[in-house]
Design a protein around this ligand. Structure first.
Ligand SMILES: [Mg+2]
Length: 243
């Protein structure tokens, strides 16, 4: 056996970082700037969804037709990037890196045969801002990540990342080489749709008990046991084996 090849795709919000309330507020500001009405109190659940999907749901909550919402969407998404850029200091101030991440990412970065990037519902610019704010971009090859700006449907994002790492880095990973690490059932669904393994972590909105019964390859409260988590992600074991 040669070097274990692993393509590790990290979800951003609730998994690598919490960007704080500014990230949620950016949606309200972007929609209000575009349609002239505040969607405050829209109640749209954001966890695990792509930014375009969230924007469409907020526009629907304002009782815009699907056609009207689609018409507004490009402007809302451009505005969303601007609003988050404007709020970068608030993200730095009120956001945080999830426990263990600051140790685990460099450990995996140092392992041979490993490429780490992100698989996230965020628009690419917003994902870059969130991870860059906390210095995590050093350990992630963000040019080969898959983003909400690549596809509104998260379940199509594993093949997007595989194509980018092949085209931009000349590395042909198989779906079986891929781990998706995320904090919601939608992260698991996207891993399964792409034939990847999935580690779920209970550092976001969902508790360990809620995530434990979903059938992921592994479920952890957090990744603070960094040595064990690295062993799990680098192991040759079949899906289903626990580290
Ligand atoms: Mg998440």
């Amino acid at each position: 056996m040669g070097v274990r090849r692993r393509f590790i795709l990290w979800d951003v919000d609730g998994t690598l970082v919490s960007a704080g309330p500014a990230a949620r507020d950016a949606f309200d500001l972007a929609v209000a700037a575009t349609v002239g009405r505040s969607p405050h109190g829209h109640g749209v659940e954001m966890s695990g969804k792509t930014d375009p999907q969230i924007a469409m749901e907020i526009l629907a909550a304002l009782e815009l037709s699907e056609g009207e919402a689609r018409g507004h969407l490009p402007v809302v998404l451009r505005s969303l990037e601007e609003e988050l850029q404007t709020a970068a200091d608030l993200v730095r101030e009120h956001g945080r890196v999830m426990p263990g991440i600051g140790t685990l990412l460099p450990e995996l970065h140092a392992a041979a045969g490993v490429v780490q990037s992100v698989l996230t519902g965020n628009l690419e610019a917003n994902a870059r801002l969130k991870v860059g704010t906390f210095g995590l971009h050093r350990w992630l090859d963000l040019d080969v990540g898959a983003y909400g700006s690549d596809d509104q449907d998260r379940s199509r994002l594993v093949p997007v990342a595989l194509a980018k790492v092949r085209d931009r880095r000349g590395i042909r990973f198989e779906p079986g080489d891929v781990w998706v690490v995320g904090d919601t059932p939608l992260d698991l669904a996207c891993a399964r749709a792409g034939g990847a393994r999935c580690l779920l972590v209970a550092t976001g909105r969902f508790g360990f008990e809620e995530l434990a019964g979903l059938g992921a390859d592994a479920v952890l409260s957090d990744v603070t046991e960094t040595g064990a988590v690295a062993n799990l992600l680098l192991s040759d074991g079949e899906a289903g084996s626990e580290g």
